[in-house]
Structures are given as C-alpha cells and as structure tokens.
Design a protein around this ligand. Structure first.
Ligand code: OGA
Ligand code: NI
Length: 264
C-alpha cells in the first residue's frame, strides 16, 4: 500500500505535459487515461479533481498504452496491488453472497466471473483557494458492486448518514470499503450503496486510490432470490450493467438518483 501511494504520487508530481501523454479517452463505457471523466457543458460547475483511470481486469480492457510508463515502477506496483485487491473484493463478495442465502461464488459469477471489470481510479484533488465553492466529487454512490479505497492521511471523504454528511477519519493502514449500487440491486435493497462525496481544501492537496469491482457490461442483473426460494416482491427492475453505466457516464453525479430510478 505504501508503494502504491508512492508511485501514484510520483506520477501526479510529473509535469503536466508528461501526464497528458495519455489524455482521458472516452471509449464507450470505458474511459481510460488521465484527465476528466465526465463530459461537460459550459455552465457546469466542475468537480475539483483530476483522475487517472487504468483497467486492471479483464485483460482485454487493460489498454496498456494508457498505463503511465513513468515512474518506472508504476505498472508493476499497480498490477501487484490490483491482484491483491481483487482477492479481497472476491472474498467480500463471497461473504455477502452467503449472507444473502446464496452460494459463495454466486455473485462473483453473476457479475461475469473473470470478465468482471476491475478499474483503478486515482483521484487527485489539488489545493483550492475557495474550497467552499466547489466539490472534489459531487454526491454519488458508486455504480460498482464493491469499491476499495486507499487514501492518504488527509481528510476529505464524507458519507451521508441520517441526512447528514460525516467525515471519514483516515486510519493509517486501513482500506475503506464502499458498497456499490449493484449490491443494492441484487440484494433487492437489503444492502444499500453508500452515498458519499469528496470535499477539497485550501491547505493541502489530497489523493485517493480507488479500485472498483463492477460487473461485465453484458451482465443482466436484478434482485436475486435466496437459494431454493422465490423472490417475494422485487422492488427493482433488472438492467444490463452496460445500460446502467451508460446513464452514469454522461451526466453529473447526483446522489442516489440512478439506483432509485430502477425502483418499481
Ligand atoms: C470515487 C470516490 C472518494 C474519494 O472515486 O468514486 O468516491 O475520497 N472517491 O476520493
Ligand atoms: Ni465514489
């Protein structure tokens, strides 16, 4: 984890021309590279963040050309970290599967097995002289199944609970795990995705390193009944993950609107 933070910081400290060698590419569903992720119009207030996105898995989506080659240790370090985070995310998925009355591997398979999309997103929130006027990341829930976030010692991530925003206190050596919208969907609302946002600061920059574990775009997902039972009443409509992503990519993030739009 220390190595990951170091190589990421080294990348972000490179001159802008170097970082812009791989400007964000807007592949349908799969943006990758460095820059901004959302299409923007003139009157949008932008989030105060630059991102570096690299696909860790499946191999077909990796797009190695979009992985930084500086610092030299970046690729190897992120590959090694990615492999460990995938193990952790699969273990958590298995445990969540069991707690929904499903086989350990049920959710992993439902999300596409080895075709699941595992995506690294580095968020760089530069210092901001008027932090009250912008957001680092606007309120949203992750579209993924599960998200693992590694951050530095700088506070900035907030979660919404009981209508209030709470700052997550960084704990050295700890990872933050967020439930994503797909868990809310497949569990028929027994799990809820966490609404969160990131605020920025005037005294220091902030960096977070996020690994999303998300279904493959062709996975067709809806509430799953526990083994040997019938679904009582599904409260969500099923959707193909690719279609869900399409609603995600071209709009500003808005709280939990997207998952709520699937409510029957
Ligand atoms: C995200 C996210 C929070 C943070 O990348 O989806 O919520 O603290 N990041 O950077
Ligand atoms: Ni998020």
């Amino acid at each position: 984890m220390e190595d990951v933070r170091r190589v990421v910081k080294e990348f972000l400290n490179l001159p802008m021309e170097e970082k812009m060698k791989r400007p964000m590419k807007f592949e349908p569903y799969h943006p990758t590279g460095y820059g901004r992720t959302f299409d923007i119009s003139e009157d949008t207030i932008l989030d105060w963040v630059d991102a570096l996105i690299n696909y860790i898995s499946p191999p077909a989506l990796k797009d190695p050309e979009y992985w930084p080659d500086k610092p030299a240790a970046y690729r190897e370090t992120i590959e090694a970290y990615g492999a460990e985070v995938i193990k952790l995310e699969k273990t958590m998925l298995g445990i969540l599967s069991k707690s929904l009355g499903l086989d350990f591997s049920h959710l992993e398979e439902a999300f596409g097995g080895d075709e699941a999309q595992v995506v690294l997103r580095v968020n760089h929130y530069p210092r901001c002289q008027q932090p009250d006027l912008v957001m680092g990341l606007s309120p949203h829930s992750d579209g993924s199944a599960i998200t693992v976030l590694l951050h530095d010692e700088v506070e900035g991530l907030q979660v919404k609970k009981d209508g209030l925003w709470w700052t997550v206190k960084p704990i050295p050596g700890a990872l933050i795990v967020n439930m994503g919208d797909m868990m809310q969907l497949v569990s028929n609302g027994r799990f809820t995705s966490m609404e969160h946002r990131a605020v920025v600061r005037s005294d220091t920059e902030r960096i977070s390193i996020v690994v999303f574990y998300a279904p493959t775009v062709s996975a067709f997902l809806g509430p799953i009944a526990p083994k040997g039972t019938q679904q009582n009443t599904a409260i969500y409509k099923p959707i193909k993950y690719g279609d869900y992503l399409a609603t995600y990519m071209n709009k500003e993030l808005q709280g939990k609107d997207r998952i709520n739009s699937l409510l029957i």
